[in-house]
Write a protein that binds this ligand. Structure first.
Ligand SMILES: Nc1ncnc2c1ncn2[C@@H]1O[C@H](COP(=O)(O)OP(=O)(O)OP(=O)(O)O)[C@@H](O)[C@H]1O
Length: 256
Protein backbone atom coordinates (compact mmCIF):
# COMPACT_ATOMS: atom_id res chain seq x y z
CA UNK A 1 0.00 0.00 0.00
CA UNK A 2 1.27 3.45 -0.89
CA UNK A 3 1.46 6.00 1.93
CA UNK A 4 -1.30 8.56 2.09
CA UNK A 5 -0.06 12.00 0.98
CA UNK A 6 -3.18 14.11 1.56
CA UNK A 7 -6.03 13.21 3.87
CA UNK A 8 -9.14 15.35 3.58
CA UNK A 9 -11.16 14.47 6.67
CA UNK A 10 -14.65 15.92 6.96
CA UNK A 11 -13.72 19.31 5.51
CA UNK A 12 -16.50 21.88 5.56
CA UNK A 13 -16.46 25.47 4.31
CA UNK A 14 -19.31 27.94 4.40
CA UNK A 15 -19.29 30.92 2.06
CA UNK A 16 -22.09 33.47 2.20
CA UNK A 17 -23.86 31.28 4.78
CA UNK A 18 -23.94 28.23 2.49
CA UNK A 19 -21.83 25.08 2.99
CA UNK A 20 -20.12 25.03 -0.43
CA UNK A 21 -17.96 22.15 0.82
CA UNK A 22 -19.92 19.95 3.20
CA UNK A 23 -18.19 17.28 5.29
CA UNK A 24 -16.06 15.88 2.45
CA UNK A 25 -13.49 13.15 3.05
CA UNK A 26 -11.06 11.48 0.64
CA UNK A 27 -7.39 10.58 0.36
CA UNK A 28 -4.69 11.14 -2.21
CA UNK A 29 -1.98 8.48 -2.11
CA UNK A 30 1.68 9.35 -2.65
CA UNK A 31 2.57 9.02 -6.31
CA UNK A 32 -1.04 9.08 -7.48
CA UNK A 33 -2.57 11.21 -10.24
CA UNK A 34 -6.06 11.90 -8.97
CA UNK A 35 -8.88 13.86 -10.58
CA UNK A 36 -11.42 16.09 -8.85
CA UNK A 37 -14.44 16.43 -11.11
CA UNK A 38 -18.04 17.58 -10.92
CA UNK A 39 -20.50 20.11 -12.34
CA UNK A 40 -20.07 23.88 -12.12
CA UNK A 41 -20.50 25.12 -8.58
CA UNK A 42 -19.78 21.67 -7.08
CA UNK A 43 -17.17 23.13 -4.70
CA UNK A 44 -14.03 21.88 -6.47
CA UNK A 45 -12.19 25.21 -6.46
CA UNK A 46 -13.18 25.78 -2.83
CA UNK A 47 -11.76 22.33 -2.02
CA UNK A 48 -8.49 23.32 -3.76
CA UNK A 49 -8.43 26.54 -1.74
CA UNK A 50 -8.82 24.49 1.44
CA UNK A 51 -6.08 22.00 0.51
CA UNK A 52 -3.64 24.74 -0.56
CA UNK A 53 -4.30 26.89 2.53
CA UNK A 54 -5.93 29.81 0.71
CA UNK A 55 -9.07 29.22 2.80
CA UNK A 56 -9.37 27.88 6.35
CA UNK A 57 -12.02 25.21 6.87
CA UNK A 58 -14.93 25.75 9.27
CA UNK A 59 -14.72 22.11 10.29
CA UNK A 60 -12.68 19.01 9.53
CA UNK A 61 -9.00 18.24 9.29
CA UNK A 62 -6.38 18.35 6.58
CA UNK A 63 -3.39 16.03 6.99
CA UNK A 64 -0.28 15.84 4.84
CA UNK A 65 1.95 12.79 5.27
CA UNK A 66 -0.01 12.06 8.44
CA UNK A 67 0.61 15.49 10.02
CA UNK A 68 -2.22 17.82 10.91
CA UNK A 69 -1.77 20.93 8.74
CA UNK A 70 -5.31 22.28 9.09
CA UNK A 71 -5.44 26.07 8.72
CA UNK A 72 -1.79 26.55 7.66
CA UNK A 73 -1.23 29.30 5.06
CA UNK A 74 -0.02 28.45 1.52
CA UNK A 75 3.68 29.17 2.13
CA UNK A 76 3.73 26.78 5.08
CA UNK A 77 1.88 24.09 3.13
CA UNK A 78 4.51 24.54 0.39
CA UNK A 79 7.09 23.49 2.99
CA UNK A 80 5.08 20.28 3.31
CA UNK A 81 5.36 19.92 -0.47
CA UNK A 82 1.80 20.99 -1.39
CA UNK A 83 1.77 23.63 -4.13
CA UNK A 84 -1.14 24.86 -6.20
CA UNK A 85 -0.25 26.03 -9.69
CA UNK A 86 -1.41 29.59 -10.22
CA UNK A 87 -2.16 31.50 -13.38
CA UNK A 88 0.77 33.78 -14.15
CA UNK A 89 0.07 37.30 -13.05
CA UNK A 90 0.06 40.03 -15.68
CA UNK A 91 2.87 41.92 -13.91
CA UNK A 92 5.25 39.07 -14.65
CA UNK A 93 4.45 39.01 -18.38
CA UNK A 94 7.41 41.20 -19.25
CA UNK A 95 9.90 39.18 -17.23
CA UNK A 96 11.71 36.34 -18.91
CA UNK A 97 10.47 32.78 -18.63
CA UNK A 98 13.62 31.91 -16.63
CA UNK A 99 13.12 34.79 -14.18
CA UNK A 100 9.51 33.72 -13.69
CA UNK A 101 10.74 30.31 -12.55
CA UNK A 102 13.48 31.86 -10.38
CA UNK A 103 10.92 34.01 -8.59
CA UNK A 104 9.00 30.91 -7.56
CA UNK A 105 11.98 29.57 -5.56
CA UNK A 106 10.93 28.91 -1.99
CA UNK A 107 13.97 30.68 -0.54
CA UNK A 108 15.64 33.33 -2.62
CA UNK A 109 18.92 34.40 -0.96
CA UNK A 110 19.19 37.63 -2.96
CA UNK A 111 16.13 38.87 -1.12
CA UNK A 112 17.98 38.98 2.16
CA UNK A 113 19.63 42.40 2.15
CA UNK A 114 22.19 41.63 4.84
CA UNK A 115 23.37 38.64 2.86
CA UNK A 116 23.57 40.64 -0.34
CA UNK A 117 25.63 43.41 1.32
CA UNK A 118 28.02 41.40 3.45
CA UNK A 119 28.24 38.07 1.67
CA UNK A 120 27.98 38.99 -2.01
CA UNK A 121 30.03 36.01 -3.22
CA UNK A 122 27.97 33.54 -1.21
CA UNK A 123 24.82 35.13 -2.62
CA UNK A 124 26.14 34.97 -6.16
CA UNK A 125 27.06 31.32 -5.73
CA UNK A 126 23.64 30.54 -4.30
CA UNK A 127 21.98 32.44 -7.14
CA UNK A 128 24.01 30.54 -9.73
CA UNK A 129 22.79 27.31 -8.13
CA UNK A 130 19.19 28.54 -8.20
CA UNK A 131 19.52 29.52 -11.85
CA UNK A 132 20.84 26.04 -12.61
CA UNK A 133 17.86 24.55 -10.77
CA UNK A 134 15.42 26.84 -12.61
CA UNK A 135 16.90 25.67 -15.91
CA UNK A 136 16.42 22.05 -14.83
CA UNK A 137 12.74 22.80 -14.11
CA UNK A 138 12.34 24.43 -17.52
CA UNK A 139 13.90 21.37 -19.16
CA UNK A 140 11.40 19.13 -17.35
CA UNK A 141 8.51 21.01 -18.97
CA UNK A 142 10.22 21.34 -22.38
CA UNK A 143 10.48 25.14 -22.21
CA UNK A 144 14.28 25.41 -22.48
CA UNK A 145 14.22 27.01 -25.94
CA UNK A 146 11.97 29.77 -24.58
CA UNK A 147 13.87 30.70 -21.39
CA UNK A 148 14.87 34.21 -22.52
CA UNK A 149 11.47 35.21 -23.93
CA UNK A 150 9.12 37.49 -22.01
CA UNK A 151 6.56 35.18 -20.34
CA UNK A 152 3.74 37.19 -21.93
CA UNK A 153 4.77 36.03 -25.41
CA UNK A 154 4.19 32.33 -24.65
CA UNK A 155 1.12 30.55 -26.02
CA UNK A 156 -1.69 29.60 -23.61
CA UNK A 157 -0.42 26.02 -23.35
CA UNK A 158 3.19 27.08 -22.83
CA UNK A 159 2.05 29.37 -20.00
CA UNK A 160 0.47 26.33 -18.34
CA UNK A 161 3.80 24.52 -18.63
CA UNK A 162 5.51 27.53 -17.05
CA UNK A 163 3.01 27.36 -14.17
CA UNK A 164 4.06 23.75 -13.73
CA UNK A 165 7.77 24.68 -13.72
CA UNK A 166 7.07 27.35 -11.08
CA UNK A 167 5.28 24.82 -8.86
CA UNK A 168 8.26 22.46 -9.18
CA UNK A 169 10.67 25.28 -8.36
CA UNK A 170 8.65 26.05 -5.23
CA UNK A 171 9.48 22.54 -4.01
CA UNK A 172 6.24 20.75 -4.83
CA UNK A 173 5.91 17.02 -4.12
CA UNK A 174 2.20 17.31 -4.74
CA UNK A 175 0.89 19.68 -7.38
CA UNK A 176 -2.70 20.89 -7.52
CA UNK A 177 -3.63 21.73 -11.12
CA UNK A 178 -6.77 23.78 -11.76
CA UNK A 179 -8.08 23.41 -15.32
CA UNK A 180 -4.64 23.25 -16.88
CA UNK A 181 -6.07 22.00 -20.20
CA UNK A 182 -8.74 24.71 -20.52
CA UNK A 183 -8.37 26.73 -23.72
CA UNK A 184 -5.15 24.93 -24.69
CA UNK A 185 -4.54 23.76 -28.28
CA UNK A 186 -5.04 19.96 -28.62
CA UNK A 187 -1.39 19.17 -29.48
CA UNK A 188 -0.27 21.01 -26.35
CA UNK A 189 -2.87 19.18 -24.25
CA UNK A 190 -1.17 15.97 -25.42
CA UNK A 191 2.20 17.41 -24.42
CA UNK A 192 0.91 18.46 -20.98
CA UNK A 193 -0.44 14.91 -20.44
CA UNK A 194 2.96 13.43 -21.34
CA UNK A 195 4.84 15.86 -19.09
CA UNK A 196 2.56 15.21 -16.10
CA UNK A 197 2.98 11.45 -16.67
CA UNK A 198 6.77 11.86 -16.84
CA UNK A 199 6.91 13.94 -13.64
CA UNK A 200 4.78 11.31 -11.92
CA UNK A 201 6.70 8.29 -13.26
CA UNK A 202 10.28 9.57 -13.08
CA UNK A 203 10.16 11.97 -10.13
CA UNK A 204 7.29 10.45 -8.15
CA UNK A 205 5.27 13.67 -8.11
CA UNK A 206 1.69 13.39 -6.88
CA UNK A 207 -1.06 15.30 -8.69
CA UNK A 208 -4.58 16.38 -7.85
CA UNK A 209 -6.30 17.76 -10.94
CA UNK A 210 -9.51 19.73 -11.46
CA UNK A 211 -10.46 19.45 -15.08
CA UNK A 212 -13.60 19.61 -17.20
CA UNK A 213 -11.85 17.99 -20.20
CA UNK A 214 -13.02 14.39 -19.81
CA UNK A 215 -10.39 13.03 -22.24
CA UNK A 216 -7.64 14.65 -20.14
CA UNK A 217 -9.01 13.12 -16.92
CA UNK A 218 -9.46 9.69 -18.52
CA UNK A 219 -5.91 9.72 -19.95
CA UNK A 220 -4.17 10.85 -16.79
CA UNK A 221 -5.90 9.78 -13.62
CA UNK A 222 -5.97 6.45 -11.86
CA UNK A 223 -8.74 7.60 -9.52
CA UNK A 224 -11.25 10.41 -9.41
CA UNK A 225 -13.37 12.01 -6.73
CA UNK A 226 -16.70 13.39 -7.93
CA UNK A 227 -18.22 16.35 -6.07
CA UNK A 228 -21.70 17.78 -6.55
CA UNK A 229 -23.39 20.56 -4.56
CA UNK A 230 -20.57 20.59 -2.02
CA UNK A 231 -20.71 16.87 -1.26
CA UNK A 232 -18.69 13.85 -2.29
CA UNK A 233 -20.83 12.00 -4.81
CA UNK A 234 -18.60 9.11 -5.92
CA UNK A 235 -15.03 7.89 -5.94
CA UNK A 236 -13.10 5.36 -8.02
CA UNK A 237 -11.57 4.97 -11.47
CA UNK A 238 -13.01 7.30 -14.09
CA UNK A 239 -14.54 4.34 -15.94
CA UNK A 240 -16.12 3.11 -12.70
CA UNK A 241 -17.65 6.45 -11.67
CA UNK A 242 -18.77 7.23 -15.21
CA UNK A 243 -21.17 4.25 -14.96
CA UNK A 244 -22.65 5.58 -11.70
CA UNK A 245 -26.22 6.84 -12.42
CA UNK A 246 -25.89 9.71 -9.92
CA UNK A 247 -22.71 10.92 -11.66
CA UNK A 248 -24.34 10.64 -15.10
CA UNK A 249 -27.35 12.60 -13.82
CA UNK A 250 -25.47 15.41 -12.13
CA UNK A 251 -22.41 15.76 -14.30
CA UNK A 252 -21.75 13.60 -17.32
CA UNK A 253 -25.32 14.05 -18.53
CA UNK A 254 -24.56 17.76 -18.86
CA UNK A 255 -21.67 17.10 -21.23
CA UNK A 256 -23.59 14.59 -23.34
N1 LIG B 1 -16.76 33.95 -1.91
C1 LIG B 1 -17.91 33.30 -2.08
N2 LIG B 1 -19.04 33.70 -1.46
C2 LIG B 1 -20.21 33.03 -1.62
N3 LIG B 1 -20.34 31.95 -2.40
C3 LIG B 1 -19.26 31.50 -3.06
C4 LIG B 1 -17.99 32.15 -2.94
N4 LIG B 1 -17.10 31.47 -3.70
C5 LIG B 1 -17.79 30.46 -4.27
N5 LIG B 1 -19.07 30.48 -3.90
C6 LIG B 1 -20.11 29.52 -4.29
O1 LIG B 1 -19.69 28.25 -3.86
C7 LIG B 1 -20.11 27.23 -4.77
C8 LIG B 1 -18.92 26.39 -5.15
O2 LIG B 1 -18.01 27.17 -5.94
P1 LIG B 1 -16.66 26.57 -6.53
O3 LIG B 1 -16.02 27.66 -7.31
O4 LIG B 1 -15.88 25.94 -5.43
O5 LIG B 1 -17.21 25.43 -7.51
P2 LIG B 1 -16.46 24.65 -8.67
O6 LIG B 1 -16.85 23.23 -8.53
O7 LIG B 1 -15.03 24.97 -8.67
O8 LIG B 1 -17.15 25.28 -9.97
P3 LIG B 1 -16.54 25.53 -11.46
O9 LIG B 1 -16.41 24.18 -12.09
O10 LIG B 1 -17.62 26.34 -12.10
O11 LIG B 1 -15.25 26.26 -11.30
C9 LIG B 1 -20.76 27.96 -5.94
O12 LIG B 1 -22.16 27.87 -5.78
C10 LIG B 1 -20.28 29.39 -5.79
O13 LIG B 1 -21.26 30.28 -6.28
Amino acid sequence: MKPVRIEVDGLTKKLGGVAVVNNVSFQVDAGQIMGLIGPNGAGKTTMFNLISGVLRPDAGKLRVNGRDVTGLPPYKLARHGIVRSFQLSRELDRMSVLDNVLLAAADHPGEHMANALFRPFAVRRAEAKLTEKAREMLALVALTPHEAKPAGTLSGGQKKLLELARALMAGADTILLDEIAAGVAPHLVEEIIEIVQKLNRDLGKTFLIIEHNVGFIRALTSRVVVMAAGELLAEGSFDHVSRNPAVIDSYLGQAA
